[in-house]
Design a protein around this ligand. Structure first.
Ligand code: PLP
Length: 429
């Protein structure tokens, strides 16, 4: 346990009183007054997003097709403008980020664009703890390109089923590797990888490198330009609070703007000439060039309001609070829930530089304890085999909520409450 952390309720209250970001909570809707610690899966709706959705609906009602150019934020430029809003969160220039597609579509778009196998250099490195959709996409890309995924997709091994050692990834970067594509934060353990180190090592060997940053953007600052990352993508619905299935983002380093996008579509066209309707594809030399279709304005609108709050709060203060909260939670689990009869452990790295925005609390009865927590009005999520993921979100969670989560877990074990629940998983847990 960290020295300066105390386990009593008064200490949690004190941390809340000292919290410079506490004022943002009232701009969010907290469902049913629950303790919502699942913002790493689906962030909550804020009033600013609700306003931006209403604006778009209003403009559709009153302007019809005119909204493409006459809306307050013209829909024709919406994707580029919201991308620009997001760019400072990832250390990019405004035209290096665009709001488009979905995470998995953007993987197809960017990996296909930058995967250029030649001679013996044809392998892609991912890792064995990856999110499944990324692996499905990589395997299908290799198949479509005439490669053999069983041979050409290399999964960096985990040290212990929870975390990766970046040096193990580097050891795999040989002259047969064309690309490395990794997550920024592992979705189960919450380990934050050293993106700068991995990028440097890949580039020393002439390997392209890109990242899936779904579990870090909005919680952790990134410096893509400074690090020289080639490309990245991330969803809008976790720490960015863009709503279920909202539009995603992609980043292309400006040094690659001249590169032809692999999946061409008319919204990637040079904007001034898109409506010339020429058959010869001329892509915009910005991240916008990697768009395919008309932007889904209704699925994008919430991000305008949500990003407004994130920028107002600032990504550095958000990261500072997030780390303070995850440290506090980890210390409470150590102090209150380790040892008999509780037997919980923390699977997330202790070092702050290796930690994303959530904490993986492990227990062999994680599934049923998660159910018992939900009955008590606490919303975490479960990831097999034994992980309760708890994400204290800097913009809307309190330290007192974290303290309560731990108290609830303690009582659930003491009263063996979890035994009332089925071991059968629901479709979504
Ligand atoms: C790390 C990661 N990659 C990819 C995905 C898939 O995202 P989408 O459904 O937006 O394609 C998710 C979804 O949660 C994810 O967490």
């Amino acid at each position: 346990m960290e020295d300066d952390i105390e386990t009593d309720e008064a200490f949690a209250r004190k941390l809340d009183l000292e919290d410079p970001l506490a004022k943002f909570r009232e701009r969010f809707y907290i469902p049913n007054g629950n303790i919502y610690v699942d913002g790493n899966s689906l962030g909550l709706l804020c009033k600013d997003s609700e306003d931006s959705i209403h604006n778009v609906l209003n403009e559709w009602r009153t302007l019809g097709i005119g909204g493409w150019l006459e809306a307050k934020r013209p829909w024709f430029y919406f994707a580029e403008q919201i991308g620009a809003m997001c760019s400072s969160l990832v250390g990019a220039e405004p035209n290096e980020v665009v709001l488009t597609g979905t995470t998995t579509i953007n993987i197809h778009q960017l990996v296909n664009t930058f995967y250029e196998p030649h001679h013996d250099r044809r392998k892609i490195i991912a890792d064995e703890l990856d999110f499944p959709s990324d692996i499905y996409a990589l395997r299908s890309i290799l198949k479509l390109r005439g490669m053999n995924p069983d041979r050409d997709l290399i999964l960096a091994p985990s040290v212990n089923g929870r975390i990766l050692d970046e040096n193990d990834v580097v050891r795999l970067m040989d002259e047969e590797v064309a690309m490395v594509f990794l997550p920024s934060v592992l979705y189960r353990s919450g380990q934050l990888l050293d993106l700068r180190f991995l990028t440097e090592e890949a580039h020393k060997r002439d390997i392209m490198i890109g990242f899936d940053c779904c579990h870090s953007v909005g919680a952790v600052p990134h410096y893509f330009d400074k690090w020289g990352v080639d490309f990245a993508l991330w969803c809008g619905y976790k720490y960015l609070n863009g709503g279920p299935g909202s539009t995603a983002f992609l980043y292309v380093n400006k040094k690659h703007f001249g590169h032809e996008p692999a999946l061409a579509g008319w919204f990637g066209y040079v904007k001034e000439k898109q409506f010339d309707m020429s058959f010869r594809f001329e892509h915009a030399e910005t991240a916008g060039g990697w768009q395919i279709s008309s932007p889904a304005i209704l699925g994008s609108a919430p991000l305008e309001g949500a990003l407004k709050i994130l920028l107002e709060a600032g990504i550095e203060p958000i990261r500072a609070k997030s780390l303070k909260m995850t440290s506090y939670l980890t210390s409470l689990v150590d102090a209150v829930l380790s040892g008999n009869p509780f037997n919980f452990s923390v699977g997330t790295p202790r070092e702050v530089a290796r930690r994303g925005g959530h904490v993986a609390v492990e227990h062999e009865e994680a599934l049923r304890i998660g159910e018992a927590l939900r009955s008590r009005g606490v919303v975490p999520d479960f990831r097999p085999p034994n992980i309760i993921r708890i994400a204290p979100i800097a913009l809307y969670n309190t330290y007192h909520e974290i303290w309560q989560v731990v108290r609830h877990i303690k009582e659930i074990i003491e009263k063996r409450e979890y035994e009332r629940y089925s071991k059968q998983r629901k479709a979504i847990s």
